[in-house]
Design a protein. Structure first.
Ligand code: IP8
Length: 247
C-alpha cells in the first residue's frame, strides 16, 4: 500500500514573490513528513517557481511552447524548487530522491497523461521517498505544456502497480470550503460541492479547486484535502479537512 501526498506550491513557496521558498513552512512540512510510516510518494506544486516561469513565457496546460529554451526555463525553475524541497526533506531525515516528469512523462494529443512508474516503484522498494513535481511535459502536437502536480497525483493513484490507498493534497486552505467558508467534510459527488466551487479560484495556470475535486472524485482511493495544520494528522493516518471519495 502506498500513500501519495502533494505539497501545494503555495504551502512551500511565497507565491507572490518570484522564486522564493517559504523556508519555515517547508521545514515544518518536511518534519511532519519525516514521521510517516510506510511507502510514501511526494509531489509538490510549482508555487512562485514554476507558475512564474510558465506565465512569463505564456505557457499553460492548454497552450504549449515549441521553444526548448522556454521549456527548459520552466523545468529549471522547478528543478530549483525541487532541490530546495529535497534539501529540507534530507535535513528532516527523509530519504527523498527526485523524479522529474519532463524526462519521464508525456501527453497524447487529447492531453491524457502517461507516467511510467517503474522507477518510482523501485525507489519505494528500496526504502526511498520519490519526490515528483508539476513540470513542463511534452504533449503530442503541442510542444511542451504545463502538467500540474495534481495530474501527477491522479496518474500515480490510478497506477495499479503502486497500489495507492490514500491520497493527500495539502494546500493553504483547510479543505474544500462551502459558500460560508466552512470546510465541507465529505464530497461524494461533484454536485455536493458544485455551488461552492462554481466561482473556482483559478489563480494559477493549472486551475483551481473545482478542477481538483473533479479529478479526485474519479480515483479509486480516498483523497484528503487539507491545509498545513492538517499535515500531522494526515501523516498519522487521520482525516483532516475534506475527504473526497467518488461513489
Ligand atoms: O502547482 C504546476 O504545478 P501545480 C507546475 O501543481 C508548473 O499546478 C510548471 C507551473
Amino acid at each position: 500500500m502506498t500513500t501519495v501526498l502533494k505539497l501545494g506550491g503555495s504551502v512551500v513557496t511565497e507565491k507572490a514573490s518570484p522564486e522564493t521558498v517559504d523556508d519555515a513552512a517547508l521545514a515544518r512540512a518536511a518534519e511532519a513528513v519525516a514521521d510517516f510510516d510506510g511507502d510514501l510518494v511526494l509531489v509538490h506544486g510549482g508555487g512562485s517557481f514554476g507558475h512564474h516561469a510558465a506565465a512569463e513565457r505564456g505557457v499553460t496546460a492548454e497552450s504549449g511552447t515549441r521553444s526548448a529554451a522556454d521549456a527548459r526555463a520552466i523545468h529549471d525553475a522547478m528543478g530549483r524548487l525541487n532541490a530546495a524541497v529535497l534539501d529540507a526533506l534530507h535535513e528532516a531525515g527523509v530519504a527523498a530522491l527526485p523524479v522529474r516528469p519532463l524526462s519521464l512523462a508525456s501527453r497524447d494529443a487529447d492531453g491524457d497523461l502517461s507516467l511510467p512508474t517503474r522507477s518510482v516503484a523501485a525507489m519505494l522498494a528500496e526504502g526511498f521517498v520519490p519526490v515528483l513535481h508539476g513540470d513542463g511535459v511534452v504533449q503530442s502536437g503541442a510542444g511542451v505544456t504545463v502538467t500540474s502536480g495534481d495530474d501527477l497525483v491522479v496518474a500515480l493513484a490510478e497506477d495499479g502497480g503502486l497500489d495507492v490507498d490514500r491520497v493527500g493534497l495539502c494546500s493553504t486552505v483547510p479543505g474544500v470550503l462551502d459558500g460560508d467558508g466552512e470546510v465541507i467534510e465529505r464530497i461524494e459527488r461533484f454536485a455536493d460541492a458544485a455551488d461552492a466551487l462554481g466561482g473556482s479560484d483559478a489563480t494559477d495556470v493549472t486551475g483551481g479547486m473545482a478542477a481538483k475535486v473533479e479529478k479526485l472524485l474519479a480515483l479509486g482511493a480516498p483523497a484528503h484535502v487539507f491545509g498545513p495544520e492538517g499535515l500531522d494528522a494526515f501523516v498519522a493516518g487521520g482525516s483532516p479537512g475534506t475527504v473526497v471519495r467518488g461513489e
